[in-house]
Design a protein around this ligand. Structure first.
Ligand code: NAD
Length: 241
């Protein structure tokens, strides 16, 4: 499976993963798009925008609380675990669009959360930020300053945290291999990361059971799931060492 790019993989020093919702699908967390994606049942513009939030904060909070409970109960899958284990052999950075924290729970030490985290909250007005440790008695929860708290996630139309994004571009610009796993590459600007890697002549590998808009730009596309394939990649590196 990796034979066509084995030499480049052996030489690689810095490996960057760009991951999306498909990475956690085998942990039981639904994706947004693709087969069985969440957006088949919900209209994103009614849930994941600041306008939707101000229009009906209780509804948006209920949706996020359901997702958060599902995420907290989920476990990292063999794909997450294999990425964490790869750090024994290579410099590994994970640039994730996921908000579920599963890469960190698997043991990955360098994870940049491009779209925030569902297990954090922040105030809509003041600078208050915290982790969510239990369910809220009343939704929407209220900050000490009296304003509404919101999930610390990036909604459609909102900018990414600038420091995180700048660092992500620097990693994409300087990697030898980029592995794009479980993302439809439809959400901007995260979907531009492979272009930065390509400029650096990095090897691009896509792991996704379905085609994406950028599949044609990849050096290798593997039409398989993350938990089936990423452990095989880590095994290759373990044998080289
Ligand atoms: P997406 O839902 O748009 O696309 C998911 C992709 O994963 C699809 O291309 C699908 O074919 C692929 N896929 C499904 N199962 C897979 C598997 N087992 N292995 C490999 N690939 C698989 O997701 P996206 O590209 O991440 O973008 C949508 C937004 O969704 C992001 O902003 C992200 O924050 C948010 N999101 C996050 C989570 C999470 O944190 N787990 C879950 C849902 C959505």
């Amino acid at each position: 499976m990796f034979e066509p790019v084995l030499d480049k993989l052996k030489e690689a020093r810095k490996i960057v993963f760009v991951t999306g919702a498909g990475m956690s699908q085998e942990s039981g967390i639904p994706t947004f798009r693709g087969k069985n994606g969440l957006w088949r049942n919900y209209d994103p513009m009614k849930i994941a925008t600041i306008d939707a939030f101000y229009e009906n904060p209780k509804l948006v909070w209920e949706w996020y609380e359901d997702r958060r409970r599902n995420i907290v109960a989920a476990q990292p899958n063999p794909g997450h675990n294999a990425i964490a284990k790869l750090e024994r052999y290579k410099e590994v950075v994970v640039l994730t669009q996921n908000i579920d924290g599963l890469h960190q729970r698997a043991g990955s030490t360098k994870v940049l959360e491009l779209h925030g985290s569902i297990i954090r909250i922040k105030c809509t007005v003041c600078s208050f930020q915290d982790y969510v440790v239990s369910s809220f008695d009343v939704l929407p929860p209220i900050c000490k300053c009296g304003k509404i708290l919101r999930p610390d996630v990036v909604w459609f139309g909102e900018p990414l945290p600038q420091d995180v994004w700048t660092e992500a571009i620097a990693y994409a610009n300087s990697c030898d291999v980029m592995i794009i796993a479980g993302t439809s590459l439809l959400v901007s600007p995260a979907n531009t990361l492979p272009l930065y890697a390509k400029q650096n002549n990095a090897l691009l590998i896509e792991i996704n059971p379905e085609d994406t808009m950028m599949s044609v730009d990849m050096n290798l596309t593997i039409r398989e799931t993350c938990s089936n394939i990423i452990p095989k990649l880590t095994e290759i590196f373990s044998k080289l060492n």
